[in-house]
Design a protein. Structure first.
Length: 367
C-alpha cells in the first residue's frame, strides 16, 4: 500500500516537466529530424540490460553474445568458524576463519553440464591442526573445471583439477564436522586424482552402479600419462536400497617414479527409525607394507529443530605394529533458515604427546 503513493509522488514532477518542456528548443541540440516519445513501460524491443538476479543467468533468449545464457546459474556459500584448540602447536587462543565458494554451471543441450568451482578463504590456516580444513588464500582461485555429458546409457565426465570420485556413488551418509571424518574414513580411496581427469558411471535400474576413471598430473614438464607424472586409476561398485547402501572402491596411485600405492575402501550406511549409522574401512599398500583405518558414525536426524552427529575413527591408516591414534567428534547442526545453518561441535584428537581438544562453532551460509 505504501508503494503506490510513493510512486505517484515521484512521477508528478516528471509529468509537469514534460508538459512545460519546449521540444523545439531541445531539437536544436540534436541532428535527429524526428523525436519519438515511447512509453518506457511498453517496449517490444529486446532489453539487453537485464540484471543477473537470484544467482540465475539472463532469461532473454535474444541476449547478445557475451551475456549469461538462460541455462547458466551460480551458487554461493560461505563457511565461518570461531573456536579454540587446547594443545595446538601454533596457538591455543580463540581464532576465526572463513572460506568462500562459488559454483558456476551451464548447459548447452539440457543434458550436459559445464561446471566451474571458484574458492577463496582466510590468508592461511589459523591453527596447526586445522581440523575443518577450510580453503585458504584471499584471492579467488579456480578449483576445478568439469564437463559432464551422457554417452549412451553412461554419464561421462572430463575435467581439470578434478577427482575420479566425482562420479562415484558412495554410501557414506554421515555429515562430518571435522575433516578427519570425511568420506567415512575412506578419504584416500574416495578422493583419487586431482589432475586432468576422465571418468564415467553407469546406474542400473536395480540400484546397482559402476564407476571408473583415470586422472593424470597436468604439469607440462612431465606430460599426461607418463612415467614421470603422477597418475591415478579408480573404480567403484555400489548398491543403494531404500534404507541401506554399500560401496566398494579401489584406487591406484603410481607415485610417479616411486613405488605404487593401492587403496581399498568400503563404506556403508543403514537408516533406523531414530538414527542413521555409517561405517567405513580402508586399507593401503606400498612395497608390501600394509596399513588400515576405520570409522563409525551415528546421526540422530530429529533432535529438537536440528540433528546430532557423533563419530569415532582413526586419524590415519596405520600398520599393525604401530600405535593407533583416534579422533572423536560430536556436533549439533541447527538450520536457522533456508540459507543459514549453525553447527557447534567438539573434537578430541589423540597424539603421542598431549591430546588435542577443540571447541568450534561453524556457521554455513548458502545463497
Amino acid at each position: 500500500m505504501l508503494v503506490a503513493p510513493a510512486t505517484i509522488g515521484l512521477l508528478t514532477p516528471f509529468s509537469t516537466f514534460a508538459g512545460e518542456a519546449n521540444l523545439n528548443e531541445i531539437s536544436k541540440y540534436s541532428n535527429l529530424e524526428q523525436i519519438d516519445l515511447a512509453n518506457a513501460f511498453v517496449n517490444d524491443e529486446p532489453n539487453y540490460n537485464s540484471l543477473l538476479a537470484g544467482g540465475e543467468g539472463l532469461v532473454d533468449s535474444d541476449s547478445p553474445d557475451g551475456s549469461f545464457s538462460e541455462t547458466t546459474s551460480a551458487s554461493f556459500s560461505v563457511d565461518a568458524s570461531i573456536g579454540a584448540i587446547d594443545g595446538d602447536s601454533t596457538t591455543e587462543k580463540t581464532v576465526a576463519a572463513y572460506q568462500f565458494n562459488i559454483g558456476l554451471s551451464t548447459s548447452f543441450t539440457g543434458e550436459d553440464s559445464l561446471d566451474i568451482a571458484i574458492d577463496s578463504g582466510s590468508d592461511s590456516a589459523a591453527t596447526a591442526d586445522d581440523p575443518l580444513a577450510f580453503d585458504t588464500g584471499a584471492s579467488l582461485q579456480v578449483d576445478g573445471v568439469t564437463y559432464s555429458f551422457p554417452l549412451g546409457g553412461m554419464s561421462m565426465l572430463v575435467g581439470f583439477d578434478t577427482d575420479i570420485s566425482s562420479v562415484f556413488t558412495g554410501a557414506c551418509t554421515y555429515s562430518a564436522f571435522t575433516d578427519y571424518m570425511s568420506n567415512c574414513g575412506t578419504d584416500l580411496s574416495y578422493v583419487a586424482g586431482g589432475g586432468v581427469t576422465a571418468a564415467g558411471s553407469y546406474a542400473f535400474d536395480s540400484g546397482f552402479s559402476l564407476a571408473a576413471g583415470v586422472s593424470s598430473t597436468a604439469d607440462s614438464s612431465v606430460g599426461i600419462m607418463t612415467k614421470e607424472g603422477d597418475d591415478y586409476y579408480g573404480i567403484e561398485a555400489a548398491y543403494t536400497a531404500d534404507s541401506w547402501g554399500v560401496a566398494v572402491a579401489y584406487a591406484s596411485d603410481d607415485n610417479a617414479t616411486s613405488a605404487e600405492t593401492t587403496y581399498w575402501g568400503v563404506n556403508a550406511n543403514y537408516s533406523f527409525d531414530i538414527a542413521d549409522i555409517s561405517v567405513g574401512y580402508e586399507t593401503e599398500e606400498t612395497s608390501g607394507i600394509d596399513k588400515s583405518g576405520y570409522f563409525v558414525g551415528v546421526t540422530f536426524p530429529e533432535v529438537g529443530p536440528g540433528s546430532v552427529s557423533i563419530a569415532a575413527g582413526t586419524s590415519a591408516n596405520y600398520k599393525d605394529s604401530e600405535t593407533e591414534y583416534m579422533v572423536y567428534e560430536a556436533s549439533y547442526s541447527y538450520p536457522v533458515n533456508d540459507g543459514l545453518t549453525i553447527t557447534p561441535g567438539v573434537f578430541v584428537e589423540e597424539k603421542s604427546g598431549d591430546d588435542l581438544t577443540g571447541i568450534i562453532v561453524k556457521s554455513s551460509f548458502s545463497f
